[in-house]
Design a protein around this ligand. Sequence first.
Ligand code: ADQ
Length: 489
Amino acid sequence: NRRSRGRPMKQRLLVVANRLPVSAVRRGEDSWYLEVSAGGLVSALLGVKDVDARWIGWAGVNVPDEVGQRALTKALAEKRCIPVFLDEEIAHQYYNGYCNNILWPLFHYLGLPQEDRLATTRSFQSQFDAYKRANNMFADVVNKHYQEGDVVWCHDYHLMFLPKCLKEYNSKMKVGWFLHTPFPSSEIHRTLPSRSELLRSVLAADLVGFHTYDYARHFVSACTRILGLEGTPEGVEDQGKLTRVAAFPIGIDSDRFKRALELPAVKEHVNELTHRFAGRKVMLGVDRLDMIKGIPQKILAFEKFLEENPSWRDKVVLLQIAVPTRTDVPEYQKLTSQVHEIVGRINGRFGTLTAVPIHHLDRSLDFHALCALYAVTDVALVTSLRDGMNLVSYEFVACQGSKKGVLILSEFAGAAQSLGAGALLVNPWNITEVAASIGYALNMSPDEREKRHRHNYAHVTTHTAQDWAETFVSELNDTVVEAQLRTRQ
Ligand code: ADQ
């Protein structure tokens, strides 16, 4: 076993992410209510063997007083979480500003903000300064809790400056960084005013990971074209120091879904839904309400399908579940009203007194309700304009043991690279093509559905979140071991 070579059985892993996997609500001066959110990352890390994981991140609340900070730190310690406290102004400039107004749209090919988008926060430079300051505050906390032999795994575009800060504290710290979004073509990345500084900071890590080989390749080209460094098959080399760059496609905890489908309450919910939509095929979309998810494009394609196929109008229903996010950002508010307006128009056009073609819910569903919905779905529709991976497509496949429903999947989601052979791949911008795929999916023969499903199911159940986390941590350990060997020679 390469991972346990010369190391204690339980290696400490410090997972650093913008948000802790816990929501904190203040109950009194020194009392907090905590709710653990069982996201994909949490279950992925629970499954990693021989690792003792701790979380470092922002609790998502402003706690200006010391009494509150001390109480929250103590409460979080029981959940193996360590908070980073950011004051309101830095949090705003760093999180709403640089992360969500600049990096998120840029990495999804939506470009840099125009004047009006910049005007909603402060200037680009002050946002970048706040980003660096916030990353430094994360680094202070990591450094305070770091013990020799720990590995540090930094997550996502919020923390691109962190590897550099950490290595400046301690060059022997083993640092990995993983990006959950796409890394765009170097031609897009080079428009970013702080393009070089960010690349250099990420390169300070020992291992840099992406969901797909394409994103890794884009990152290496950005380093060669923008920084003039040398790309090698292993990664990027700068004055003899190699930063390993590789693809680590994430997965889900598919057993968790399988187990949920066996629960009596979930089975009952499946029966209720089956009864409720009897005589109609069910199509499903589950997304965060974000421009990258292509929700208006999806609904317009569904409209086109209904327009061209009158015989299907009372035989199919689209359930679109969209969790609102970043609700204080004007563009997200605009997207919400745009979606409502389109849904209203289509329901007015094709609805009857007793049925409407689209059920749109603006909210989050609990895990069991989500599993039941996936299980009764005939066709899932994922039309992201860009998406790092897209776990909804994996979750749908995991819940389709008996139904063998069809997945229509955007070719711009990372998942297209792993589920492409089983799914119907589409260009979400081409509404005519998506509408035709909806028709194809609804009319697909049971044999073809079975064959396509078998392919995807095998992938989803064998490339799990646990494998993903284990492989990354194992490679991170090996990278450092190799670096140490080189110095010893
Ligand atoms: P997200 O953009 O959040 O993640 P995705 O991978 O689809 O996108 O994960 C969304 C998660 O939220 C899923 O687990 C899904 O079940 C849940 N969810 C979505 N809508 C919901 C609803 N209405 N109710 C309840 N739950 C809902 C980012 C990147 C992705 C990348 C992941 C992981 O943008 O591309 O796949 O990180 O790396």
